[in-house]
Write a protein that binds this ligand. Structure first.
Ligand SMILES: Nc1ncnc2c1ncn2[C@@H]1O[C@H](COP(=O)(O)OP(=O)(O)O)[C@@H](O)[C@H]1O
Ligand SMILES: CC(=O)OP(=O)(O)O
Ligand SMILES: [Mg+2]
Length: 398
């Protein structure tokens, strides 16, 4: 039995699970949400019971400290040395990492070299890896990249319509993210459908604070909405998603800001936050919209409509569709967003049942009518178990 910890730092959250491997038995799991916002939420499951605390957690470094302290305080680990391997989500692996990697100084340098491409993520991911390396210098640490799963995309999907040498010389291409999650839910969908994954065309909607849609044909990612960085694609909590690139110099001129400052606005002050003017958190937006706040309603409509359009686009991309999967914070929990995304898709064989959708939160379930040619499934993602499996494999613990 090997105790392995999996750390999944997102832009607004830090999730962790301590496993006994290879049994995949969860010893404990926890979540720190709303990092950097007021009223961050820390929760940890101890002996099957969920303990929740509300406090202000400014950044991911503080989140890691709180997590480690909780593991000791609740006697989940007597000694930190009980942990025999650690696995870390790393958002951007570029073309350098087509698969997970055992962390070495060289691997860390390579990850650091990609920081500019994922400014909201790679620093938090690196911080977690470094904290664990320092704490436990003698165990394997494995980096698992969001980009790896999308390395199967064909060139016509990942190449931008730019001078070709930009790809050759600077690595400018679509990379795609949330790969660990898209991989997990597509494999799970095949199990639930009781059909071989290599015969399925799936649209996977990972909708969290960051959001991406993937077209998964026969188990392989063939296209995805995020791009060179996690800024592209659909509207997100604080990110703009796709826009006309000519807007960047235009905004610079109008506001007197430089390119870096404008990029910062697109990454951190746009999306749900930018449109609503009040929050990046979908729970807040839904609450405000229910109370009649017009800007919150608008934010919700823009958010859902961007995802909605990918349904047609990716069904076309795969010449048909067998299943739509919803996952991550919003996809798993928001019946409102799911309903807006699925609205009017009967023309392409999507017949979903509002009664199955309404109120469904955080649970695995089909929400289509039984006769629907396209199945619609809500699947809680588990990036952590995929990470733990890769710690066994790449950390040579198996
Ligand atoms: N019960 C809920 N209803 C609606 N939205 C929810 C609910 N729980 C979480 N969310 C939303 O999920 C998003 C965070 O998703 P998550 O996948 O944890 O984010 P990250 O991208 O940081 O990993 C937030 O917008 C949050 O409001
Ligand atoms: C890549 C990305 O956007 O991640 P997250 O959704 O965790 O912010
Ligand atoms: Mg996430």
């Amino acid at each position: 039995m090997t105790k392995i910890i999996a750390i999944n730092a997102g832009s607004s959250s830090l999730k962790f699970q301590l496993f006994e491997m290879p049994e995949e038995k969860v010893i404990t799991k926890g979540l720190i949400e709303r990092i950097g916002l007021k009223n961050s939420i820390f929760s940890i499951t101890v002996n099957g019971e969920k303990i929740t605390e509300t406090l202000d957690i400014e950044n991911h470094e503080i989140a890691v400290d709180i997590m480690l302290k909780a593991l000791k305080d609740h006697n989940i680990i007597q000694d930190i040395n009980d942990i025999q391997g650690s696995g870390h989500r790393v958002v951007h692996g570029g073309e350098l990492f087509p698969e997970s990697a055992l962390v070495t100084d060289d691997v860390l340098t390579k990850i650091e070299s990609l920081t500019d491409l994922a400014p909201l993520h790679n620093p938090a991911n690196l911080m977690g890896i470094k904290a664990f390396r320092k704490l436990l210098p003698n165990i394997p640490h494995v980096a698992v990249f969001d980009t790896s799963f999308h390395q199967t995309m064909p060139k016509e999907s990942y190449l931008y319509s730019l001078p070709y040498n930009f790809y050759k010389d600077f690595g400018i291409r679509k990379y795609g993210f949330h790969g660990t999650s898209h991989k997990f839910v597509s494999e799970r969908a095949a199990e639930l459908l009781d059909r071989p994954l290599d015969q399925l065309r799936i649209i996977s909607c990972h909708i969290g604070n960051g959001a991406s849609i993937a077209a998964i044909d026969g188990g392989k990612s063939v296209d995805t909405s995020m791009g060179f960085t996690p800024l592209a694609g659909v509207t997100m909590g604080t990110r703009s998603g796709n826009l006309d690139p000519a807007l960047i110099p235009f905004i610079m001129e109008k506001t007197g800001k430089n390119a870096e400052e404008v990029l910062n606005i697109l990454n951190k002050e746009s999306g749900l936050l930018g449109i609503s003017g009040s929050s990046s958190d979908l729970r807040d937006i839904e609450q405000d919209a229910t109370e009649g706040n017009e800007r919150a309603k608008l934010a919700l409509d823009v958010f859902a409509s961007r995802i909605h359009k990918y349904m047609g686009s990716y069904a076309t991309r795969m010449h048909g569709l067998d299943a739509i999967v919803f996952t991550a914070g919003v996809g798993e929990n928001s019946d409102t967003v799911r309903a807006k995304v699925l609205e009017g898709l009967e023309f392409m064989g999507v017949y979903w049942d509002p009664r199955l959708n309404t109120g469904l939160r955080g649970e695995e379930a089909f929400i289509n009518y039984p006769h629907s040619p396209v199945k619609v499934i809500v699947i809680p993602t588990d990036e952590e178990v995929v990470i733990a499996r890769d710690v066994l494999k790449f950390g040579n613990l198996g």
